[in-house]
Design a protein around this ligand. Structure first.
Ligand SMILES: *Cc1c(COP(=O)(O)O)cnc(C)c1O
Length: 456
C-alpha cells in the first residue's frame, strides 16, 4: 500500500515564525510557564486544541461569499439546515454560536436542580453547564477507559450495566436525559460502537429517558466504526453517521470540530415541547432561529464543511495522520494513551516522568519542555486541570496527560515528523526534567491563568 497523502493541495499559506530556544525561554518565563499565556505567534506548531483551528477549503471560502445576512428567512439557513438533517435526521435544528450555547439551552429546558445527567464522559463545558443549573453530571464510561495502556477498540463505550444500576438507584424520574459523547473527548478521543449506542438507547427507552449525542466528532467516530466494528467495513460513512443518529432523540454540536468551521454549533431534537422552549431561549440570548448566534456566511461554511467531513478520503488521511504520530511514539518507547484516538495523541506524563510526583505537575513540566525545545504547544490534562477540589485541597488527578490535539487539514506530514523529533529528543533527556509549583491561581478553572515556577 502506498503512503496515505494529504488529499488536498495548498492554495493559501500562512507563514509560521521560527524562534530560537533563547527566545522561547524568554517568552515562556514572561508567561509564568503557562502555555495559555503565550502569544500564538510565538508558537511554531500549535497543538493546544483541534477546536476552531481547521483549515477551510476553497469551496467553504467560496460559500462564505454567498452568505445571506438577512435577519429572518435567510437561504443560508435553509442550506445549513438541509446539510445538518442530511446527516442527523432530527425534526428541528437550532443554530448556536458554538457547542456550549447549545448545551446551555438544552439543559436549561430539560434539567432541574438535583437531577442527574449520565454520559460516557462529560466534556468540561457540558459538565459546567449541568452544574450551573444545580443538576449533577455523572460519568459512566467502561472500566477500560481508566487504564491508558489497555487496548480496546471502543474505549468510549458507555458501561451499560452501570447505567442500568444507576437508573434503578436514582429513579428514571430524576434523569431528564442521558448523553453519549462521540468520540469521547475527555477520555482520549475514543470511539463509541454502534452496538453500544443501540444498547444505551434501548435501556433509556425502556425507562422513557431521551438519549442525546454530544456529536462534536461524529465523523471520526463513524470512521472508527467502519474500521473496527464487525459488519461496517463496506458501509458508506454517511450511512453509518445516519445510523448513529437514528439511535438518539437529539444532539448538541460544536461546528468547530467536525463541522470543519472556525465557529458555530447547533442543537437538534425531535421533541415539540422542548423545541418550543429552546427556541424561546435561543431568541433571548443567541438570536432569531434562522441564524442563532451566527452570521449567514458561517452557516454556509458549516453546510459545506459537513459535506467534506464525511468524505472518506479525508477521513482516511485524518485517521492516518493521528495514527502515524502515535505509532512512531510507541516505537520510540514513549508512553501514550492507547489506542490512539481520533483527534489527538495523549502523552502519559506519569509514566514518562516517574521521578516527578503528581503534585509537582509532571504534565505541566513536559508541556513546557516541548515548547522550550521545539516551539510545540500542547495542553496539560492532569493535576493542574483537575487536582483542586471544591474545598481548595489538592489531590492527584487519576491520570497525568499532555494532549497534542491535531487541527484538521492544517499541518503536513513534515510538520508531524518535526513534532516526533522534538518529543523523542525531550524523551531522551527526561531524567533531567524537574517538577513545578503554582505561585498564583484563580479560584476556578485555574489551568487557564495559573502562574508556575520550577522547583529548586
Ligand atoms: C468542544 C466540545 C464541546 C463544546 O463546544 P464549544 O464549541 O467549544 O463550545 C462540547 N463537547 C465536546 C465533546 C467538545 O469537544
Amino acid at each position: 500500500m502506498k503512503t496515505i497523502i494529504e488529499p488536498f493541495r495548498i492554495k493559501a499559506v500562512e507563514p509560521i515564525k521560527m524562534t530560537s530556544r533563547e527566545q522561547r525561554a524568554q517568552y515562556i518565563e514572561a508567561a509564568h510557564y503557562n502555555l495559555f499565556a503565550l502569544a500564538s505567534e510565538n508558537v511554531l506548531i500549535d497543538l493546544l486544541t483541534d477546536s476552531g483551528t481547521s483549515s477551510m477549503s476553497a469551496a467553504q471560502w467560496a460559500a462564505i461569499m454567498r452568505g445571506d445576512e438577512s435577519y429572518a428567512g435567510s437561504p443560508s439557513f435553509a442550506r445549513f439546515e438541509a446539510a445538518v438533517r442530511h446527516l442527523m435526521p432530527f425534526k428541528y435544528v437550532i443554530p448556536t454560536h458554538q457547542g456550549r450555547a447549545a448545551e446551555r439551552i438544552l439543559f436549561s429546558v430539560a434539567a432541574t436542580a438535583g437531577q442527574f445527567v449520565p454520559n460516557n464522559t462529560h466534556f468540561d463545558t457540558t459538565r459546567a453547564n449541568i452544574e450551573a443549573l444545580g443538576a449533577r453530571p455523572v460519568d459512566l464510561v467502561i472500566e477500560e477507559a481508566q487504564h491508558p495502556e489497555r487496548e480496546h477498540p471502543f474505549k468510549g463505550n458507555m458501561d451499560v450495566a452501570r447505567l442500568a444500576q444507576f437508573i434503578e438507584d436514582k429513579g428514571p424520574q430524576n434523569i431528564p436525559l442521558c448523553m453519549l459523547t462521540v468520540t469521547n473527548n475527555s477520555g482520549g478521543g475514543q470511539p463509541v460502537s454502534l452496538e453500544n449506542m443501540r444498547q444505551t438507547k434501548a435501556l433509556c427507552a425502556r425507562h422513557g429517558i431521551p438519549l442525546f449525542i454530544d456529536a462534536c466528532r461524529f465523523a471520526e467516530n463513524a470512521y472508527f466504526i467502519k474500521l473496527r466494528e464487525p459488519g461496517y467495513r463496506d458501509k458508506p460513512v454517511v450511512d453509518i453517521v445516519r445510523e448513529m443518529f437514528a439511535q438518539a432523540d437529539g444532539c448538541t454540536m460544536s461546528a468547530k470540530k467536525d463541522g470543519l468551521a472556525n465557529m458555530g454549533g447547533w442543537l437538534a431534537l425531535n421533541d415539540d415541547a422542548w423545541e418550543e422552549q429552546c427556541r424561546n431561549l435561543l431568541i433571548l440570548t443567541e438570536g432569531f432561529p434562522t441564524y442563532g448566534g451566527l452570521a449567514g456566511r458561517d452557516l454556509e461554511a458549516i453546510a459545506v464543511g459537513l459535506e467534506e467531513v464525511v468524505d472518506e478520503e479525508y477521513l482516511a488521511y485524518r485517521f492516518a495522520s493521528t495514527q502515524y504520530v502515535g505509532r512512531h511514539l510507541i516505537e520510540g518507547g514513549v508512553s501514550i494513551v492507547r489506542p490512539v484516538g481520533g483527534h489527538a495523541v495523549y502523552l502519559d506524563a506519569r509514566a514518562i516522568l516517574p521521578h516527578i510526583p503528581p503534585l509537582h505537575y509532571p504534565g505541566q513540566s513536559l508541556a513546557v519542555e516541548l515548547y522550550l525545545h521545539g516551539g510545540i504547544r500542547g495542553c496539560e490534562i492532569g493535576t493542574v486541570m483537575f487536582g483542586r477540589k471544591a474545598d481548595g485541597a489538592e489531590e492527584p488527578s487519576p491520570m497525568e496527560l499532555v494532549r497534542l490535539a491535531i487541527p484538521r487539514r492544517l499541518y503536513t506530514q513534515s510538520h508531524m515528523d518535526y513534532v516526533l523529533e522534538v518529543i523523542l529528543e525531550v524523551f531522551a533527556r527526561r531524567e533531567q526534567m524537574r517538577g513545578m509549583k503554582i505561585t498564583w491561581q484563580a479560584p476556578a478553572l485555574r489551568h487557564f491563568s495559573a502562574k508556575f515556577a520550577y522547583l529548586d
